[in-house]
Design a protein around this ligand. Sequence first.
Ligand code: FEO
Length: 399
Amino acid sequence: MALTQIKEKLYWVGAVDWNARDFHGYSIEGTSYNSFLIMDEKIALFDTVKKPYCRELLDRVREITRPESIDYLVVNHVEMDHSGSLPEIVAAVKPEKIFCSAAGKKTLLDHFHHEDWPYEVVKTGDKLSLGKKSVQFIETRMLHWPDSMFSFIPEDRLLISSDAFGQHWATSERFDCEVDGERMMLLAAKYYANILLLYSPLVEKLLEQVQGLKLDIDMIAPDHGIIWRSRPQDILKAYAKWSRQETRRKALVIYDTMWESTEAMARAAYSGLLEEGISAKLMNLKVSHRSDVMTEALEAKAFLFGSSTLNNNLLPRMADLLVYMKGLRPTGRIGAAFGSYGWSGEAVKQIAAAMEEMKFEVPDAGVRVRFVPTAEDLAKCVELGRKIGAAVKASTPAA
Ligand code: FEO
């Protein structure tokens, strides 16, 4: 088994999951569960892996040392993709101590019900000496669970960042300089949009806190995906931008359609946006996954939602998207609704209610069309696109 050394006497001992395609509704291209082993006077293992990959982790550890020689386990995050194999690892390692946050201890007890594990609760600022190396703990509550924390290794200038700064991507490579940098950043954006967007105010505060701690970081090792070795500052800058929910002059026309009437309306609204010089994208939910919509939404100022009415309701894919988007809380956006209907026509009102919940600015009552749009109806949709485009221009500086 090939060993991956991250720093001197510091190894990646995680696992790559080539088959994962869904993470709680977010479409992914596989992922990795990253676990790190420090060999020092005290041997420490940081995070573990999803349960089916426990043996792989232990086999990687055995290439370096006997699992029983590990002294400390550090649990930066309890979600099962990082702790699923913990009971088996604890049994194999018999650790002297398990370091975790106070919420981490509670969450571990709620998951595994082991009162007898040797928990050692740490908080921000606590330090642990391993010999030549040490660990500085930083709690990152609600990023993205109450238990989450970072472990900083000052001697290696390495930040082990749990879920933050990760990407869901299965690769044989482990470092940013070995992969397509643009693709890596796009997948990091998708990860942020689908997991962390709702916590943006906390991300902003955390970045300030990390700056205040004056951590001398030259490498960021997240628990998923590729390690930021050659350009850790790039992902810190990207997180700062995403957490401010900075948008540009871009609009998404997101729709589902039964007999192409709503689709014709979507295309008309899209042409109105183009007439205003707005960068626009048509996203038919039959072919665009909700998580890809959210990735595009990260920098889009406006969303125009279109749905036919089916059985007095939205089409199911639109209902799904709106529930997913509401949970991720994009803020400061402009919205509009449109759709075709036969006799009741509730879809546009239901979209309007969802936009109100998301506190979107809605400058128009929207366009509803009975069955098939006329040329006049389509002209109203073009006008809707133009109106939203003008609102985007008025509120967003030109790039
Ligand atoms: Fe990768 Fe929140 O688990």
